[in-house]
Structure formats: C-alpha cells, structure tokens
Design a protein around this ligand. Sequence first.
Ligand SMILES: [Zn+2]
Length: 312
Amino acid sequence: MRRFTVPTVQAGHAIGVDLGGTKILAGVLARDGSVVRRHERPTPQDSQEHVLAELEAAVAELLDKSVGAVGFGAPSPIDQARGIVVRCVNVPLENAPLRERMGERFGLPVGLDNDANAAAIGEWRAGAGRGEDDLVMLTLGTGVGGGVISGAQPFRGRNGAGAELGHVVIVHDGRPCQGACTGRGHLETYVSGSAATAAAREALGPAVDAHGLVGLADEGDAKAKDLLAGIGRHLGSGIGSFVNIFGPQLVVLGGGFGVAAYEHLRGPAEEVARREALEPMRSSVRLAKAELGTAAGLIGAAFVGFEALDSA
Ligand SMILES: [Zn+2]
C-alpha cells in the first residue's frame, strides 16, 4: 500500500535531549542540523521520578507547533525493542520506559539512543562526518563511548545496545575496567580522561589531572607529551581494530578529553592504527576532531527523533 506523507512546515523541527551526569541539554533542531532554540537544566540525583519529571520539563519548555518528534540520548545501554533506558552511569535511571512515557505525555513519536551513538549521529549529520556513509566515533571523557555509522545507517546491534567500543579488549588480562564493567584491559581503561588523570597523577604529581596534563603538553613539557603519546598509541590499537571491522572512511574523536588532547593523540594514534589496519582501509581512513562540542549529543538526539518521526 502506498503511503502519502504530507510535508508541512508544522513538523519541521525535532527536540533533542541529551541527558548527562550533571546537566540536561535540550534543543529544537531543524532538519539541516541548525539549532533553533536551546534550554538546559541540572540533572537531579535523588530519584528516577525526579529525573523523568525534569526530562519532561525540558521538553515542555521548548515544545511548540513546529515540533514533530522528540529524541533522547542517555548514558546507558538502550533496549530499542522495548524503548527502555537500561541503566545509566551517574544518573538514577534504571529500566525506565522512556519511549512509552514520553510518547504518552507529548503525543509525538519518540526516539531513544545511547549518548555516544547520539553524538556519532550528530557529527555524521551536522559535524565532522557530514557527507560520509561510514564512520566510527569515539568519545573520550570520563569513560570511552563509541558510535558507528555503517552504510549511512546508525549501527545498534540486535537489541540496540551497540556499539560499546570503549569496552573492547586491547590488552589481554590487563587493568580492571571502571564502574560496573567486569572486564579487563578495555580501551576505556587506557585512553579515557579518567585514565589520563590517573597516569598524570602518578607521573607528575597529585595536582595534575587530564586537563592539566594537556595544558603542560601544550606548553611543550616533554614528560606530558610522552604520556599523551602513550595514550595515543593505545588509542591507535583500538582504532586499527575498528578500521579492520567497520572499514570507515573517517574516525571522529570527541568527548572533552578527546577534543582537548586531539593534537597530541592524533599522530601516535594514526601511526599505530595504520600499522594494525589492513589495506585498502589503511590508506583511505582519516582521523578528524569532533566539531559540535557539547552540542553533539542533543543534535544527534534530535536526529534520532526525526528517525522516529520518519518511521512512524
Ligand atoms: Zn569495560
């Protein structure tokens, strides 16, 4: 049966909501990726109901007749089949039926995704990855998030929880991973901002965190540059494997630490990644710095909203 969709200016926008550990960042987005309006409020830490109420309030603040859908990015695996936020890191949200609740509350199509997937979608549609059909994004912050665009489609795996690229093993039986992860030797343990802070404290003293480490390297400090180069080489091991698996044209580095340290990580990461990667990907893959900054998550979340609208 042929379906007719009537394009109207009335549904030209989507609201994107990026749920973070400290802030809820929300925005109204046009299909070209431009942010029309923004809103932010603190993330409550006391209860699930409070978090849900604040997410609703953030949407309500921005809602008007131009909005046809809402998308959410959360720091959690997502059960796409059931529309559930499984368990957030740093936010009291577990087994939350966000899609159903927000759909009932606002009467609009609702999309959900992992925050790193949302950031990858944001960079693909409106940032460093514009025009690419195959890209891998790594967000280096407190942890390491991953997102993959494959054949011009976001890759989410069977139940929607993929792609957790920060939790691939780069050192067999290596350091224990962070938080609830029971693994060892995961990429996150070697290249996250937290890992950089731990390495900096050990080598340069307790006052130096990841931010200070990058500052010292920017000033030319040899020890700081060496530490970041070591982190870059570990990153290159991960990237080389991702290039072999996904064959992307582009690998985008984002997240607070990834962007700040980009110029120091890039060379060593590229050198190791090209050693590990096979032809023809080895020659064709490029590294790029994320362009959207902290807005990547909300922009990507809005595109997840458009995706829900287009498939409704
Ligand atoms: Zn892990």
